[in-house]
Design a binder for this molecule. Structure first.
Ligand code: SF4
Length: 455
């Protein structure tokens, strides 16, 4: 989940599968932001279906249009506002159609939003979804806002409306207590709350019964998970013990919570896959300190060393922010140096944008947008080179690939993931189905994928 807080990644839009009967009110939902938001949308759909709503993939057919949003970057907010004004036109054709904004942006900007988007009928934050049926009923009379944060809400008793896929993302904890200087997550998603391990295991058992093969445990700082005496390493072992689940992953961990016990679990438990998204954000101790990340580069590199010696085939990805307040040329050079030293398999890279209410918003923006753009191009270009080198080094190697389905480009090819979460494409054969694990040998590579043949 890219700095989803640490993990918020590129803007993703998802829509839920259609279910309808003529008498039911229909809801259309778009999701922006990270994997946590996608998981939240699946919870929203489960709540609304339970209240009698059907889902539609066509906004023009919907009685209720909802956007589940992301507040991590200014750009994301601008994009959502543009989309909202497009969708508002649909209200002109049917006045009783309701338009609502959910999620982090709703929580972050509720007052400004009602001014910028006066046609909104509903604004609801991430802890208000259980009340959505009532809020929508109230919105029939007047615009409704509910952005109360709730230290106890985990939606643990609600089984999300998962998509049909070989992989499912299961929320293990919500919120964050880290308060990094640049990040709105603790303000918009509230404090850390872990979901009872028994509820997570029950959810995973149900997914296994639906032939899901891979489970990704989610949380803003997922490895800070703690429910009663159960810590994250133990939760991983409990999930890995579920029959039918072949692979277990998690995202995003915080470097400070990567305990020896967790590293040992990753090394020992065969179902826990050798891939880790380990957000670093900057290669400069000075900037890390200003960001309040809670580690130094020497500590981070020590952790990378311990991980690689315990799990030699580990793939690593990261998040990098360029142009944070006070970032000088030497700080930026340190980030480039760190990228070369670690040799990440991939990275999510962003220009710093000031977010209201965060600690860093008091500091201001010292790097011009043009300079941030230059630094961003440079880190992207370096990462492309490193990713290509790392993927080319795999030529001739063989991997078990979990088959996902047809490749987006190239007729007659299938796509899947290696244990290291690298995308592998290979020729389709009639006997191979999504959910199968096939053995594939790497024959060529780009920075973003491996071309393979079946062995
Ligand atoms: S406050 Fe820090 S640790 Fe928490 S989600 Fe934001 S970036 Fe991640």
């Amino acid at each position: 989940m890219r700095p989803v807080r640490d993990a918020i990644r590129s803007m993703i839009t998802t829509m839920v599968a259609e279910t309808s009967s003529s008498s039911q009110p229909r809801v259309y939902l778009e999701t922006y932001g990270c994997q946590m938001n996608i998981a939240d949308s699946q919870t929203v759909i489960a709540i609304l279906r339970r209240a009698g709503y059907a889902t539609t993939e066509d906004a023009a057919q919907a009685d209720v249009i909802l956007l589940n949003t992301c507040a991590i970057r200014e750009h994301a907010e601008d994009r959502v506002l543009g989309r909202l004004s497009d969708l508002a036109r649909l209200k002109d054709t049917r006045a009783e159609r309701k338009l609502g904004l959910l999620g982090c942006m709703a929580q972050h900007n509720r007052a400004a939003l009602m001014k910028k988007a006066p046609w909104l009928d509903l604004v609801a934050g991430p802890d208000s979804y259980r009340r959505l049926p009532q809020l929508l009923a109230d919105a029939a009379l007047d615009p409704t806002v509910d952005v109360r944060l709730d230290r106890t809400e985990t939606y643990a008793d609600i089984s999300p409306a998962y998509e049909n896929s070989v992989r499912a993302y299961v929320t293990a904890m919500r919120g964050c207590d880290k308060f990094c200087a640049f990040c709105v997550v603790p303000y918009v998603r509230g404090r850390e709350r872990s979901i009872p391990a028994a509820d997570i295991v029950r959810e995973v058992q149900q997914l296994a019964a639906r032939e899901v093969k891979e489970v990704v445990l989610l949380g803003q700082t997922v490895n800070a998970y703690r429910y009663e005496q159960i810590r994250f390493g133990q939760l991983l072992r409990m999930v890995a013990a579920v029959d039918g689940i072949e692979r277990v992953r998690f995202t995003s961990p915080h470097p400070s919570d990567m305990t020896s016990d967790l590293i040992e679990t990753m090394a020992e438990e065969p179902k826990v896959q050798p891939y880790l998204h380990l957000p670093v954000q900057s290669g400069s101790d000075r900037i890390l300190c200003a960001m309040g990340r809670g580690y130094t580069i020497s500590q981070y590199l020590g952790l990378v060393g311990r991980l690689r010696s315990a799990i030699p085939d580990l793939a690593l990805s990261t998040d990098i922010i360029v142009g944070f307040h006070g970032e000088e040329e030497q700080d930026f050079a340190a980030t480039l140096g760190l990228m070369r030293t670690v040799g990440y398999d991939s990275a999510f890279m962003f220009k710093y944008s000031v977010r209201e209410h965060t600690r860093a918003s008091q500091l201001g923006d010292t790097v011009s947008d043009a300079e941030k753009g230059r630094r961003l191009r440079e880190v992207i270009s370096l990462q492309e080179t490193i990713s290509l080198e790392r993927n080319r080094a795999l030529l001739g190697s063989e991997y078990p690939v979990l088959v996902e389905g047809p490749a987006r480009r190239g007729e007659g090819r299938l796509v899947g993931k290696t244990p290291q979460f690298k995308t592998a494409v290979f020729p389709a054969t009639p006997s191979i189905r999504p959910g199968d694990i096939v053995r594939a040998r790497v024959t060529s590579a780009t920075a973003h994928s491996l071309v393979t043949t079946l062995v």
